[in-house]
Design a protein around this ligand. Sequence first.
Ligand code: OGA
Ligand code: NI
Length: 187
Amino acid sequence: MEYNKHINILAETLFELLSEALGLQPDHLSSMGCNKGCSIVSHYYPPCPEPELTLGLRKHADAGIMALLLQNHVNGLQVLHDDQWFDVHPARGGLVVNIGDLLQILSNDKFKSVKHRVTANRVGPRISVGCFFSGHADMLEEPFGTMKELISETNPPRYKEFVLKEYIDKVLSSPIDSKPAIDYYKL
Ligand code: OGA
Ligand code: NI
């Protein structure tokens, strides 16, 4: 409970910085409800005798708004950049901040979600705790799309509007390696 409290404070600060980076008022993303709907998911990756035969977690981008990830000292997390996988070495006391697909949509691709995966390891266990922000429950029934403030003639929307609840249903009902929900809404 204590960790969750601190994560929420950190998220609020990060959403302020992200709002400012988009040229908006610092409280913009939080006042929309982006800093709400935090779910905590822990992963336990046991040591694997044949790590070349499997993965800890398959390639994906986080579907929500933002994820804050705490990892123990065991390597495994990798991000995809220019078709190459790079290790994200755990930094003691550090958290990984992941932009999710919904923030990519809100920002009209100014912020990009990143594809990542977790390899299997001979050593372990690897333990991670992810805090996933998917937004205030009030956002579920509302139309969702790129923020109006960012749209202009030179920056037309790159996504169709949709209802967030449908998007989340798609995410929860499809396997991790199927077509990402964001792809259904690209213009
Ligand atoms: C996830 C994720 C990474 C990890 O749960 O979406 O990417 O290190 N986890 O467990
Ligand atoms: Ni992830």
